[in-house]
Design a protein around this ligand. Structure first.
Ligand SMILES: Cc1cc2nc3c(=O)[nH]c(=O)nc-3n(C[C@H](O)[C@H](O)[C@H](O)COP(=O)(O)OP(=O)(O)OC[C@H]3O[C@@H](n4cnc5c(N)ncnc54)[C@H](O)[C@@H]3O)c2cc1C
Length: 456
């Protein structure tokens, strides 16, 4: 079959790779000049080097992503720094580290020995997660994370130091409006999974280089019949019938629409009405998006913080928006994957990344003012590590549509659409996950499976 994939993010590429592996001729059309979508490398003008559009972490529970990398012949150990889950605040007030014990003892032990939580807070934390597990990781319908935590009698202090940062990192949605059931799914597959599922995986290489570049290389390999990856090619026109699909005038047997929800809707709206198509489009219209901002600092010299990922205490009233601090200097230097992009990243050990999730509030302030305030915040909260090396440059990247707001009751469309020969893939489909990389990969693979079951 000839299949068009519209969108070269992680979902589209996962679908493309699955179909290519089964021997089909796949053409990927990507509007941007770089593969990877919302998880891609960018060229930073202020820093004069390649960086990521935003700091991403993966989990040991991201089994489909790791399996896909294996299928491509890539070694995840080479491309990720992997470590046991450690939630440590930069100022040293909070520390929770999974212990090297079989699950669930690794976490129970971690909570029992956590620094910064009182005995009652630890007990309530364990009780709440144990109750969730006993209920098959199901929460009441329509519940927000804040309501679920209130029912579990979590103290304001436990909320602020543990639950809130975890929820923002996983769902990019504040606890008051975040969906408890989606959060429970993340907890099931990470905290409730096998011991290694809670591991944190931090990329050693840029995000496009993790696997999208290699997928493109192999997709371009047996370039037959127009198959391959086309960059800088936004698709504007889509039509379909029982006989085939037309993408900007070119004929295909099927297509996978793999943009984000608003861009998928723009294309699907062009197709004629079908049974269920109004309901499908209405689901797409219901998605709203939240920003994530990443401030990258270039230091005079590598700092070498003892932990690659540290929690920051944010204080929006003082423009101190930073929530997580990343220092990849320890392992960025030991990268063993070579490419021209790696060479351009030679300065990576001198970079610090500060992540601001659900970053709507900061958008009303000028970037320079935010950068100043966040630099001061980092300096103040990392004092115990000695003075931060001088900042020689910075770049603030705001991804306005970073992820969809993962709110209670949000209906998620399936990958099989009401239109003949058209499938959808993206983190917004009904993956059971919030807007995350693993959800995108799973949806791409599910779209390919569904397409093959229907047409092959
Ligand atoms: C700053 C930031 C930090 C994040 N942190 C994490 C994290 O730590 N862990 C995690 O798991 N997830 C994280 N995420 C979320 C993760 O990046 C997304 O869930 C994932 O990348 C979505 O992939 P996708 O393929 O579904 O969509 P996208 O990445 O949006 O890909 C869609 C692609 O389709 C293309 N496209 C759209 N319309 C057309 C068209 N008409 N023609 C051609 N091409 C088109 C777009 O250009 C885009 O490349 C983060 C996101 C951001 C922005």
């Amino acid at each position: 079959m000839k299949v068009a994939i519209i969108g070269g993010g992680w979902a589209g590429l996962a679908a493309a790779w699955s179909l290519h592996r089964q021997g089909h001729a796949v053409s990927v059309f990507e509007a941007a000049r770089t593969l990877g979508g919302r998880a891609r490398r960018v060229s930073s003008r202020p820093l004069g080097q390649i960086i990521d559009n935003g700091q991403h972490i993966l989990l040991g529970a991201y089994t489909d992503t790791l399996a896909l990398m294996g299928e491509l012949g890539l070694n995840p150990c080479e491309r990720f720094h992997r470590e046991r889950l450690t939630l440590q605040s930069a100022d040293g007030a909070f520390l929770l580290r999974a212990l090297p014990l079989p699950a669930p003892l690794h976490l129970l032990g971690g909570i029992a020995t956590a620094r910064g939580l009182g005995p009652l807070e630890r007990l309530r934390l364990v009780t709440l997660t144990a109750t969730l597990r006993a209920r098959g990781w199901k929460t009441a319908a329509g519940l927000s994370v804040a309501q679920w935590l209130e029912q579990g009698r979590q103290s304001p202090h436990a909320l602020r130091s543990f639950w809130q940062p975890l929820c923002l990192a996983a769902l990019n949605t504040p606890v008051d409006s975040a969906c408890a059931q989606l959060f429970a799914h993340v907890l099931r597959d990470s905290l409730g999974g096998a011991g290694r599922a809670t591991d944190v995986l931090i990329p050693r290489v840029d995000l496009s280089q993790l696997w999208p570049d290699e997928a493109a290389r192999q997709l371009n390999g047996g370039n037959t019949d127009g198959a391959g990856v086309y960059l800088g090619r936004p698709v504007r026109q889509l039509a379909c019938s029982a006989a085939g699909v037309t993408v900007d005038g070119a004929q295909f047997d099927a297509a996978v629409v793999a943009g984000n929800a608003p861009s998928a809707r723009k294309l699907l709206e062009q197709l004629g009405p079908q049974a269920g198509s109004d309901a499908y489009l209405a689901m797409l219209s219901a998605f709203t998006y939240l920003p994530i901002a990443t401030l990258t600092l270039q230091l005079e010299r590598p700092w070498g913080l003892p932990q690659p990922m540290l929690l920051l205490r944010d204080d929006p009233a003082r423009l101190q928006f930073g929530q997580w601090l990343f220092d990849r200097s320890a392992f960025a230097a030991s990268r063993s994957v070579s490419s021209s992009h790696t060479a351009k990243q030679a300065d990576a050990p001198r970079l610090l990344h500060i992540v601001i999730s659900a970053a709507s509030a900061m958008q009303q302030h000028p970037p320079a003012q935010i950068a100043d305030a966040v630099i001061r915040q980092v300096q103040a909260q990392t004092r115990r590590f000695g003075p931060m090396p001088r900042v020689t440059g910075h770049d603030l990247i705001v991804e306005k549509r970073a992820t969809f707001a993962a709110t209670p009751g949000l209906a998620r469309p399936p990958v099989a659409t009401p239109w003949p020969r058209i499938w959808a893939a993206g983190d917004w489909t009904d993956t059971g996950y919030p807007g995350v990389l693993e959800g995108a990969v799973r949806s791409g693979r599910a779209a390919a499976r569904s397409l093959l079951q229907s047409l092959a």
